[in-house]
Design a binder for this molecule. Structure first.
Ligand code: PYC
Length: 333
């Protein structure tokens, strides 16, 4: 028996009702970098104006934050996805500007996300293999598209802010770690009792979340009292071809499926500070899935400039529909 839905003759899809015509349509392109997803927002968002990127980020944050949640959170997304809003750059010679965001807010920089953006721009035919520049809220990032799926990003300068900070973590005791900047703030822990394996992610998440809360309570921060919102654990690698394995807890309590580009940058800044890595030497950082980012640093005076090489793959081209009458239009959570 036929339902009373009407169909267009051309393609057998249901014809649109007048209400459907007024749906806001947001075009996105999904990818993953070493397992960690990135959702690039290509069109359909609000007009953020043409001014400096920092002003456009402020407008997104203060006037349109519901769209961040709508695009990333359930029912359209999940806690794991990092969003990358692709915008026209406001500085010359940049291929694009990008604002990174997640289920909890906005990120200054995102390493896996920048690799995902580069591969997405290549998929769209907007860039070809070679050197490019991408503008982010924390500075310009140089990107070398090595092949359609592999990119090397040169991050902003990374540095260690505090060596061997001590924090009391309820139920776990005193934990020692370094506070370092790699485009986001990290607390890097080498000494812990955990086995960094995928089957232990619940345990790892509980521990790193407790560390994060303990740092906040103890008022241990990055520079200018910035909150440390990424916690990174290290162990020996499972694959002897690599130098180290990590687990990274992101601000919204999801763990990074990739080895974390900004976290690897922060790690290399600490290794340089300890004299354990030389400029130009390769650091192979294995993540919790076993995927690898290859890192290197170069020095600019005293500044540590990290670069990260990784691969990304496009997974979906989609149009998100934003229905003003949907009770969950702005996401769940
Ligand atoms: O790759 O820098 C990164 C990153 C930050 C949060 C998730 N991934």
């Amino acid at each position: 028996r036929m339902s009373n839905t009407s169909f267009s003759h051309q393609d057998c899809r249901p014809a649109m009702t007048p209400a459907q015509h007024s749906l806001q349509k947001i075009v996105v392109l999904d990818s993953h970098t070493a397992g960690e997803p990135t959702r690039c927002v290509l069109s359909g968002g609000p007009d953020l104006g043409a001014g400096p990127l920092a002003k456009r980020l402020e407008r997104l944050r203060t006037e349109h934050d519901h769209l961040r949640r709508a695009i990333l959170c359930e029912p359209r997304g999940s806690d794991v996805i990092v969003g990358a809003w692709i915008l026209p750059p406001d500085t010359p010679d940049c291929a694009a500007a990008v604002i990174f965001f997640n289920n909890a807010g906005y990120l200054g920089m995102c390493g896996h996300g920048t690799i995902g953006v580069a591969v997405t721009l290549a998929h769209l035919g907007r860039i070809t293999p070679g050197a490019h520049r991408i503008q982010t809220p924390v500075g310009i990032v140089r990107v070398q598209l090595d092949s359609p799926n592999t990119a090397t990003i040169e991050n902003i300068p990374a540095y260690r802010h505090i060596a061997n900070a001590r924090v009391h973590v309820p139920q776990f005791g005193e934990i020692i770690g370094d506070v370092a900047w790699g485009g986001n703030w990290f607390f890097l822990i080498k000494d812990h009792p955990f086995d960094l394996r995928l089957e232990n992610v619940d345990q790892l998440t509980d521990f790193t979340w407790a560390v994060r809360n303990a740092l906040t309570s103890a008022e241990i921060t990055g520079a200018n009292r910035a909150e440390i919102d990424h916690i990174e654990l290290f162990s020996d690698p499972l694959d002897p071809a690599n130098h180290s394995r990590n687990f990274v807890l992101c601000p919204g309590k999801a763990y990074d499926r990739s080895p974390c580009g900004t976290g690897t940058s922060a790690k290399m800044a600490c290794l340089i500070a300890d004299g354990k890595l030389a400029p130009g030497e390769t650091w192979r950082q294995e993540g919790i899935l076993g995927t690898v980012f290859e890192g290197r640093v170069r020095m600019e005076g005293k500044q540590v400039i990290p670069s990260i090489t990784g691969s990304a793959f496009v997974t979906a081209e989609s149009t998100l529909l934003y229905d003003p009458t949907d009770p969950f239009r702005d996401g769940i959570g």
